[in-house]
Design a protein around this ligand. Sequence first.
Ligand code: DGJ
Length: 729
Amino acid sequence: MSVLFNEYNGIFNLKTKNSSYLMGILMGKHLVHLYYGKRIDEVSGDVEELIPTPFTAAFSPQDIDGRYSSDTIPMEYPCYGSADLRTPAFHAQYENGSTITKLEYESHKVFGGKKKLEGLPAVYTESEDEAETLEITLRDRLTNLRIVLSYSVFEELDAIIKSVKVINDGGGVVRLKSVLSSCTYIFNKEYDFVHLDGAWARERHIERQPLHHGIAAVDSKRVASSHHHSPFAAYAEHNTDERQGEVYGYSFVYSGNFIASAETDQFDTVRCQMGINPFGFEWKLEHGESFQAPEVVCVFSDKGFGGMSRIFHKLYRTRLVRGMYRDKERPILINNWEATYFNFDEEKIFNIAKKAYEAGIEMMVLDDGWFGHRDDDRSSLGDWFVDKRKLPNGIEGIAKRVTDIGMKFGLWFEPEMISKDSELYKAHPDWCLHVEGRERTEGRWQLVLDLSRADVRDYIVNVVSGILKSAPISYVKWDMNRNISELGSSDLCAERQPELAHRYILGLYDICERITTAFPEVLFEGCSGGGGRFDAGLMYYFQQYWTSDDTDAIERQYIQYGTSMVMPASTMGAHVSAVPNHQVGRTTPLKTRGYATVVGQFGYELDIEKLNNDEIEAIKGQIEEYKGIRETIHKGSMYRLTSPFEGQSSAWEFVSEDKSEVVLMHFTILVSPQLPLECVRAEGLDAHGIYIDKATNKEYSGEFLMNRGIYFDNSQDFDSKLIRFSRKV
Ligand code: DGJ
């Protein structure tokens, strides 16, 4: 049993393989957070004894039994209005104008498995014994508003998934202003706030700062999780590194405006919260209606960031991603974007495909520019009919030619957008997000379709599905290339306009659900100018994501390192591209571009027709090598052995689940003269197993590789090495 409730002392113990999450019902009414950390099987004491903070403080009103103040004790789901004057998880306005809520414990229930979240992405179970769910109902006595806190405990996968549902059973309308999805505490401020910061082509670089009194936060107000911050936060002890130390990781399964914050109070208690960003948010809840907030995945590890990431990886790879390609090997693809941009025709695409097929590549992906009259990025989004000037035989014609030679065929869409220069805009100028009387600000010369409208969503689903049915298409790249301004809908009444940011994301999930479940055998790759919306929410619909528009092998060391904090290699799209690199102008060896790409879903994005014979032979070798290791990379455990953020090299290791296959990669960034050799110690091996280096046939014991390690020579800028070991049987 992973959810334990002690009726005598009112304490819940949610137990995963290595963690415990304790809550207690104080005085039979008040749900208090008591502990989250390393697993405890036997809990001693009662709720009052286990509260790790002062019960009250000067200037803090004692709103609980005249003795305790919710301003100092760790309320499990803090709400605004009574004595707790820290940032609330919940804030609402009632019909009388009051914004006071006071939640009391009403009941709880436990059941096997995990419920689906209506209209939202969610981690799932395949059988009831994979998780146990606790639902605790809290009630505001005056308004009768009820809040259901849900905790799904995946004991074996070592994670707890939390979500919140608000039910308006009271008489009047309730205006929700903040409904965060998770609140937990650390009772000591000697922790670092770790988050993923970035920009276009520089996504998810790791940032780490010590917590301080006051609020540390990252957020998005862009109606997309964004390139700038990811809906992820970790709190780590100052000495935590990849291998050791305590860390809490929180990942929000949502793609829109979010906040991840840590508020450190007067007693050094840190309130860690995550949820939909309250900025600009409001939701009108009529009597009898409910509001479901998205879920947060909570992971605790005392095995450092590596331990934390491996929990996220396995959970997301096996119980968030769906579709036929969840478990199936993904095809090695070639994409024409950096090869041709908008300048291509059927012959060019076919010639790339033919040459790629001869080299061992398995799928041809036709990127932007195949529809309307899109010769550059200024037009045609929304006009999803083929440009016969470029493709006289339609998508069907080129798809058939490609599949006839034995390759798969994939196609690019940007379904959420509309160009002003398009037939669709002429017919439906009110289908984009806009506010009457205000400028419709373009970004990349495009506007955003109003996904809160059912007619717009139906149009997108029908037009995309029609194309997918019309030709042998095995893969879709779903792009999104701007953030949202002038957030307004012609379809929503004035008082519901503040709901639009969330309604847009619900609309996005609706079209993704309808299209991806209608075509379960199609591989979907998400994209937003690279990794601008690479979040756990969209991984419920897309099996992989274009990690970044930056294809440079060195910049990718940083981007992929940061991305892999949460996302498994099986979800990270990575392509070998031409040099000098189109984004940063750097020239790196083809070998290094190949190995950088191995840490993800492998593909190419260059004009293969321009390569010489030696390069083609090298590519054939890369593909051969990759085919031998892709299973270990995508289904094995990832170990980040050396961080590019801490020096001029990086090293990665993948170990198959049974520890018999190992892939270890080392990259040199910039060298200086006379550097010492670098020792890289393997991890996660069978200590007493004998591992054979497949290239040299040399034998090493697992403990030798893990304790003594391998020495690498950092003597050449941008050099790289890949070693494969197999355990002797
Ligand atoms: C942005 C994507 O990230 C690129 O890979 C490419 O598909 C372009 N959009 C096409 O416009």
